[in-house]
Design a protein around this ligand. Structure first.
Ligand SMILES: [Zn+2]
Length: 267
């Protein structure tokens, strides 16, 4: 069980950075909630607590106290940048400390996954003497997710899928860093061989969801199955699973007649 503490930056009387009609505290909370929901619905053996789940004022010392007292395995603080720049950067504590090499390793995996899963310019893996990085007793990182005062980035922040995309990118990074197992899809029967018909494989889950809608319109039930290959997570759309290869081949043929590409994987 991995105990993850998610800290949405700012809140209540502290809005954080404010620009272009947006407040940092609202974006960080939305990302944190989406991240929590994404991780708990997609992965096994993860327990999550948050420093806040609403628009509350919470002192930095209270945030780190909560995580330390719980005995979290990892502390993730989510922020939005400001001050005239563009892109993504992450921080760990800038001193020598017990968990430093482990912290560097976890941060590097998560940072790289976020860059890979998004269109962000990589501003680098940085270090700073922030309270939440210094006063936590477990590996801790802080992410700065785009610039609220950059007009173009602010425009994308207002789109509904931006929050989901940032949350998904963090989730994939965390899953890779902690080797989380994905939730099992409809189970195989008593260890029998299963032939899954995959109708598309996507880097972004939202594209997999669109494919599911398209399949649904043609009368095919399908579901998403995350799949990891060579450090990249793909979202496979499974449109049928069969104990007989011939049944899987028939399904694949039907899908192709309806204009879907696909392939069979043997489980
Ligand atoms: Zn902040």
């Amino acid at each position: 069980m991995v105990k993850l503490f998610i800290d949405p930056g700012h809140g209540g009387s502290d809005p954080g950075a404010v620009a272009n009609g947006l407040q940092e505290k609202n974006l960080t909370l939305s990302i944190a909630i989406a991240l929590r929901d994404y991780l708990t619905s997609h992965y096994q053996d993860i327990s999550i607590r948050m420093s806040r789940t609403s628009d509350q004022s919470i002192a930095l010392s209270e945030r780190t106290r909560m995580a330390n007292q719980w005995g979290a395995d990892f502390y993730l603080s989510i922020h939005i940048n400001a001050g005239g720049g563009v892109g993504f950067e992450s921080y760990i504590w800038n001193r020598q400390f017990t968990n430093k090499s482990r912290t560097q390793q976890l941060r590097s995996t998560i940072h790289q996954a976020i860059i890979r899963q998004t269109d962000w310019r990589d501003r680098g893996q940085k270090e700073a003497n922030f309270h939440v990085l210094r006063e936590t007793t477990m590996p801790a990182i802080l992410t700065e997710n785009g610039f609220i005062d950059h007009q173009e980035e602010a425009r994308s922040m207002r789109k509904s899928n931006w929050i989901d995309q940032v949350a998904e990118a963090h989730a994939i990074g965390i899953a890779e860093a902690f080797h989380l197992k994905t939730n099992t899809a409809p189970p195989t029967q008593n260890g029998q061989t299963l032939y899954r018909v995959v109708a598309g494989s996507f880097i972004h889950e939202r594209n997999a969801r669109e494919q599911i809608n398209a399949l649904q319109n043609k009368g095919y039930d399908s579901y998403v199955l995350p799949y990891r290959e060579q450090n990249q997570t793909y979202f496979r759309v499974v449109a049928g699973a069969f104990n007989q290869r011939s049944n899987a081949e028939n399904r694949l043929k039907a899908l192709k007649n309806d204009g879907f590409d696909g392939f069979i994987v043997v489980v």
